[in-house]
Design a protein around this ligand. Structure first.
Ligand code: FES
Length: 106
């Protein structure tokens, strides 16, 4: 048994430049990947308010905004920073190897 958690390939880092987002399926769960200022973040692609997808939400100051009602979540921690969301969104680990981006459970 390896200690390395199972990881899922997102794709080449070059395909997700700064400011871009994409999604990947991780064991049946949609995960949104965000490149913010050259760092990759991965969060469950569901707002904790009413389940709206986070993909495509405005990103600034390290936070992604749910387009439905405007809740903001901190990319690094998943914490809800503004109402109407109060619960954190689940976050995942991102990992770059040989120019490929992977995501895995934390
Ligand atoms: S569904 Fe995201 S803020 Fe309401």
């Amino acid at each position: 048994m390896s200690d390395t958690p199972a990881r899922t390939l997102v794709g080449p880092t070059a395909s997700i430049p700064d400011g871009q987002q994409t999604t990947v399926d991780l064991a049946g769960v949609s995960v949104v990947i965000v490149n913010f200022e050259g760092q990759y973040y991965a969060l469950r692609n569901n707002c904790t308010h009413k389940d709206f997808p986070l993909l495509g939400g405005d990103v600034s100051m390290g936070r992604i905004t749910c387009e439905k009602h405007g809740a903001k979540f901190e990319l690094a921690t998943g914490k809800a920073k503004t109402l109407p969301a109060v619960k954190p969104v689940k976050i995942y680990r991102t990992h770059v190897e040989d120019g490929q981006l992977y995501v895995s459970e934390l």
